[in-house]
Structure formats: structure tokens, C-alpha cells
Design a protein around this ligand. Sequence first.
Ligand code: MF3
Ligand code: CO
Ligand code: CO
Length: 255
Amino acid sequence: MGVTIKTADEIGRMRAAGHLAAEVLCMIEPHVQPGVSTRELNDICHDYMMNEQQTIPAPLNYRGFPGSICTSVNHVVCHGIPADKKLKNGDIINIDITVIKDEFHGDTSRMFMVGKPTIQGQRLSRVAYECLKLGIEMIKPGIHLGDIGHAIQTYAEKNHCSVVREYCGHGIGRVFHEEPQVLHYGKPDTGVVLKPGMTFTIEPMINLGKRHVKLLPDEWTVVTKDHSLSAQWEHTNLVTDDGFEVLTLLPGNSL
Ligand code: MF3
Ligand code: CO
Ligand code: CO
């Protein structure tokens, strides 16, 4: 298939899907409290998507994934499966929402602090957010994806954090995960050259300890090998004629 260039009509539909995904994160925020289980968070999001938004939760049954959202707590890097374990004071959690509306996907995730934030949790979440923001702000026609990966890696490592290599951002549109792969590490002047109409996510997974990860026997949950904390933020982005548009920001919000 290669890297798809979206038409004006398709961009309008991507924007709508992106806003809806952002709305789910906004809706769930007050529910992220000590004592709530990730399954409860999943069910609230599922009902909101299906019944309020008339969107489809893309993760559900995607390659067999058993939830409607991903909930990744503390040392879970990504693809955490919603379950009955309750959140507790000081936990950090990434909630990753992907909706399908009018055939198009919107994919976004963010960190939440449960109860009273810890210094370490807050620091890691901030570094991961800054990695996403600086990557997005580089987007414009003519740059290489490797420029973005290199900048993210440099910032993370300067802050004594590490970048997960095994999972990456991705092109997105009618297909959840399409070309190109968007690595969060790399070398300047390498990889795909950006063109107007491309849509892709940036979603750096940043660890407080070493970068290495392992997959749990459930074949979904990815954790840090050294059990250090991990954080991730994600937006779906459009390359415009002179820069970028973040499709998963609610109108009026800025990075
Ligand atoms: N939303 C994730 C991403 O950012 C993918 C989740 S796939 C699932 O690409 F199957 F785990 F849901
Ligand atoms: Co994604
Ligand atoms: Co996602």
C-alpha cells in the first residue's frame, strides 16, 4: 500500500475521528481515581463510544485484543489489558483510545496520575510529554521521520530516560496501523520524507530505567524488563502545506 496521502474529504473525516478520540480521554479523566478498576474505566469508555458517540472502539478484537481501550499502569509500557485490579494512590496510568468513525481512525493516549502524584511519576510523564510535543512541532513537508526520532531520543536520553525500540508510531487512516513506521529513535536525514496529506501518530514510550521490555504470557501486556516506570503520550497528526495539525487535540486546546 505504501504511505497514503489523504484527500480533503478524508482529512475532514480524520479530524472528526481525532476529536472524538480526544473527547473520550476528556470524559474519562474524572473517573481515574484510587479504587477504580481498569475494567470499570474500560466499560465507561466502551459505553460512551458506542452509545454517546456512535464510534467503534478499534482495539476490541483487533488481532484478538480483549478490551476496548488499553490501560497501562506503572511498569506496563503499552497494551495493558483492562482487568479487575484497582488503581491505587501514586499509580501512573496511560489510557490509549482509538475510535473508528465514518471508516476513519483517531488514536490518542495520555498519562494520568492517580491520587497524589509521586515526584518520579510526574517527572517521567513530563519527559514523555515533552518528547511527543517536540516531535510534533518538527512536522512539516520535506523533513525526514528520522529527524523526529533522533530529536525524541536525544531529549529522552539527556533527561536520563530511555526510549522503547520495539513499538513505534504509525501511519493511520482507514487502516489502524499503516505505513510508515514512526520510530522514536534514529538518525537525522533518514527514513520517509514528509509530504502534505500524510497522517501518522507519534507515541513515544519512555522508561525511567533501561529501554528493554518483555511480553507477558497473555501475549499483549508489554512491561519494562527492569520493572522501572514507563510513560507514553500519543497524538494523531496531519502534515499540512506549511507544518502540522494535531487531529486529536480538542478545538481550542494547544499542545
Ligand atoms: N492504540 C494503540 C496504538 O497506539 C494500539 C493498540 S492495539 C491493541 O497504536 F490491540 F492493543 F488495542
Ligand atoms: Co497508535
Ligand atoms: Co494508541
